[in-house]
Design a binder for this molecule. Sequence first.
Ligand SMILES: [Zn+2]
Length: 544
Amino acid sequence: MATTASMIIRDANIRTQNPGQPRAEAVAFDGDTIIAVGSLDSVLEYRGPATEVVDAAGRTLTPGLIDGHIHPLMGAAATRGVDFGGITTMSEFLKRLRTEADRILREDPQAWLRGWNLDYGVFAGRTIAAEEIEDAVHRLPTAVFFFDMHTMLATSAALAQAGVTGAVHFDDVSQIVLDDDGRPTGEVREATAYDCVLTAAPVLTRADGIGISRRVLAQLNSSGITGGCVMDGDADAIDFLEEMAETGSGLPVRLVTALRHGPERDDDGIAEFISLRDRNGRHWRGGVIKMFLDGVIDTGTGWLSEPDTKGEGLLPFWPDPALYTKTVERYAAAGFQIATHAIGDRAISAAIDAYVAAGAISKSGAPHRIEHLEYLSDEDLPRLAAAGITASMQPLHLQWRKADGSDSWASRLGPERTKRAWRIRDVMRSGAPLALGSDWPVAQLDARIGMAWARLRRSPGDRDGFVFEPDQRLTPQEALDGSTTWSAAAQGDGGHLGKIEVGFKADVALWAEDPVEVDADDLVDVPVHLTVVGGEPVHRHDDV
Ligand SMILES: [Zn+2]
């Protein structure tokens, strides 16, 4: 035998995700590549004196999971301070803020109070306004992100430090919300506006940023994730990624990163992004442009064909939507894959139009993609499939909805439109390519939680809980497909990632129980015992 394996995993229940050979007992890697998949005998022929043999003892091996939409670097910087997840009432929120403000005043009175993951439900029945929290935070400069990272609550001290005292013009739909007297309320909508406020906040050092990002990537590995598509980025982020890849133990997750283009970006900016297209390194590459066509339904920034119940939802993210179409064409001609955030039906429609005009398949062969598609019209459903555009969806974002429709998402759309929420099975049935993702830090980065939500459309573990649009649930196999083969294809890597097949990258996850056989409610508690990226273990339990 000419080649000997660097690692063999034997006696495994292998789900290859390769239709030509769906199941196998053993797999062999030579460095970062799979060289044999099959019966135990056939694979053991590749064993040499230096081969590490891992006995899976009957456990299930799947391809490593790929998160189709994630912000591991930006998220590491944004998830500072208090995680307000799970807090649903104003009184709990104020109590938690008071505790944190007391701590800051004791330890570092110059610091800002930071937080993230806030539920819009905390403001149910009230206007989102910082006045509600000024006393609790002892008037400290405070910036708290809502869970979706589209809205920030900023106190008057934070706004003052940033020089924001009234209206500010932004080139996109971003907005400093003002009261009737023209004073900022503290609600800061969309990234360009909150970035403007955060320019005044203390920044993380590079070393701290890298340290936090490494912890995030390690958490991804622990739920079996070996790859992901980073849906933000700029020149700085590319340098950051390069530094992470070249220092320490490198990148334990394969990342494809986007560059975020906003309407304010001029010709020089476009030229800069084009010059960054082919930057790459070990376990990472660029080549994707991310754009926004709307915000979120919860605050009225989702772009709808009919107004929401508060009369909002009609403002395009781009003041001149035709410029979006032109920008898609420019980047597509330059060889980029385009990913567009489009949540409302009108935004989705406009993204499809632009992709069809530009040619829906990128020059690299990967289809252009639309992110989120939370409210998709009947008319546009077949157009996705006809053009071959990838729908990149996150069913776990259903978690902020309420059974009675009183949440900000459903109450803005009303009961009739809410029936068309997160139509993931409709999209699948239509034949459009699909990918699953978490959008962390918007939702939990643990892939098991994402797959469970795709299968259940209710909270995992809450067996009597309300199921949102039960017809749209995925099967256990489809949930695995969405996190492996489909998300690999979505980023144009279907030829070497997402399957356990000879010639593919040696990225695998070994599960304590079979993730397809196990109950979705129990899936979130199934440990991943071994995660391998490029033939190297990046996460490992003692008994493997
Ligand atoms: Zn995102």
